[in-house]
Design a protein around this ligand. Structure first.
Ligand SMILES: *Cc1c(COP(=O)(O)O)cnc(C)c1O
Length: 379
């Protein structure tokens, strides 16, 4: 089945009791049992909820996996993965990744004795060199937030298999429409469903997808034991969002390409980060592991003064100044002071994230209006 059909029909069985074509929002905390221990597979809503179950089935199908699990946020999904580990275990993670993931690793889990080693994963040999007998997990993000770095998932999967570690890929930026890490050998896919899966900036949610039943059992145990589960209304919203993912992503990609090319021609704009450019260092790999290049773009201003940065960031009228991404509306963001402020400045600079970097989440408005908006803001 092709992706458009899969996205619309995944997990969407008509409701058995009424025939409702849309999955009902089962707003309940518990389920009546016929006798002690005799039930319909639903006991208590932290452990099972039919709306969440439909969503989890959909998540598995759209990532070409066997099992999906939904969490109350993207970081809650990441949190569950790290809870597979025990003190003394090591994680090799990308040096350039979402600020909230870095904060969770360094500020929460380090104090429980989990060790994190950060390497430039765009060169997989850096991962190979960092592996020790204590390495249990490799954490990748590709494309990265916000520098759009690309890592070869299949190459890292081969290294991970040899070392018998778990490879988890944060696939938030690409979405399952553009990239399916399980097909490339990853063990786990993580999503901030808040972004492209939900697609309408109206929900916070996270997801994990996997093939291995043992891994699913462990993660399900963590999900119900720690309790970071999404409510049924939020599951409904993500299920609805998934149905139009392909339609939205096509537009995000078209608009993204137009804006990236336009930005590169502007005299006031410095470096533009977008994997669709042939001179992007990860372009060749992006072309093989992604179906298109997406609607996320970062760029620097040539005038690196604070005043110029603030002027541009406060001048857009269609692009709203806000954190987050992946919604139908365009957003402009300043990583250094917003999404990535939790990473210390010297770490950011070391990883190439300049104070002058601006990140765009290109929405699906008319491209001409978006370009006109950027033209009047950048000047
Ligand atoms: C937003 C985001 C997260 C965190 O997800 P939340 O839903 O905000 O908890 C993780 N990774 C990436 C790449 C993100 O953009």
């Amino acid at each position: 089945m092709k992706i458009g059909t899969k996205l619309i029909h995944a997990g969407a069985e008509p409701d058995p009791s009424t025939g409702a074509i849309m999955t009902p929002i089962y707003q309940t905390s518990t389920y009546v049992q016929e006798a002690p221990g005799v039930n319909k597979g639903f006991e208590y809503a932290r452990s099972q909820n039919p709306t969440r179950k439909a969503l989890e089935e959909a998540l598995a199908i759209i990532e070409n996996g066997k099992f999906g699990l939904a969490f109350s946020s993207g970081v809650a999904a990441t949190d569950a993965v790290i809870k597979l580990l025990v003190p003394g275990d090591e994680v090799i993670a990308a040096s350039d990744m979402y600020g909230g993931t870095y904060r969770l690793f360094t500020k929460i889990f380090e104090k429980f004795g989990i060790r994190f080693v950060y390497v430039d994963t765009t060169d997989p040999s850096n991962i190979e060199k960092a592996i020790t007998p204590a390495t249990k997990l490799i954490w990748l993000e590709t494309p990265t937030n916000p520098l759009m770095n690309i890592t070869d998932i299949a190459a890292v999967a081969a290294i991970s298999k040899k070392a018998k570690t778990i490879l988890c890929v944060d696939n938030t930026f690409a979405s399952p429409y553009l990239q399916n890490p399980l097909d490339l050998g990853a063990d786990l896919v993580m999503h901030s469903s808040t972004k492209y899966l939900g697609g309408h900036s109206d929900v916070i949610q996270g997801a994990l997808v996997m093939n291995d039943p043992a891994l699913r059992e462990q993660l399900y145990f963590i999900q119900k034991s720690c309790g970071a589960v999404p409510g049924p209304m939020d599951c409904f919203l993500v299920l609805r969002g998934i149905k139009t993912l392909h339609v939205r992503m096509k537009e995000h990609c078209l608009n993204g390409a137009k804006i990236a090319v336009w930005l590169k021609q502007q005299p006031k704009v410095g470096k533009v980060y977008w994997p669709g450019f042939e001179d992007h260092p990860g372009h060749a790999i992006a072309k093989t592991q992604m179906r298109d290049f997406g609607g996320m773009i970062s760029f620097e201003l040539k005038d690196e003064s604070d005043a110029e940065l603030k002027r541009v960031l406060s001048s857009t009228k269609v692009f709203a100044l806000a954190e987050s991404l992946g919604g139908v509306e365009s957003l402009i963001n300043h990583p250094a002071s917003m999404t990535h402020a939790s990473i210390p400045r010297d770490e950011r600079i070391k990883n190439g994230l300049k104070d002058s970097l601006i990140r765009l989440s290109v929405g699906i408005e008319d491209a001409d209006d978006l370009i006109e908006d950027l033209r009047q803001a950048i000047g």
